[in-house]
Design a protein around this ligand. Structure first.
Ligand SMILES: [Zn+2]
Length: 81
């Protein structure tokens, strides 16, 4: 698999409840649906988690193009209020 190709198209939706916004997306790592959250930073920028029912997948800069996509999604939702 080429790193320039995404394994799955990233589909996501935003659930708004009051002032809380939850990003739900298809996890680019395992293909299951999960909740996107930020989990701190490393020297390359924010780290993310896709939280599933019993576990989660981590997404960092080192995951390549899928990380960029997830970061774009996160930023697009978090920036506009
Ligand atoms: Zn996952």
């Amino acid at each position: 698999m080429s790193l320039s190709e995404l394994p799955v198209p990233l589909s996501f939706r935003v659930i708004r409840a009051g002032s809380t916004e939850t990003i739900v997306l298809t996890c680019p790592k395992c293909g299951r649906v999960g909740r996107l959250t930020r989990n701190g930073y490393n020297s390359h920028g924010p780290k993310f988690r896709v939280e599933h029912d019993e576990d989660y997948c981590s997404l960092t800069f080192f995951d390549g193009p899928v990380y960029d996509e997830v970061r774009k999604i996160y930023d697009s939702v978090r920036v506009k209020r």
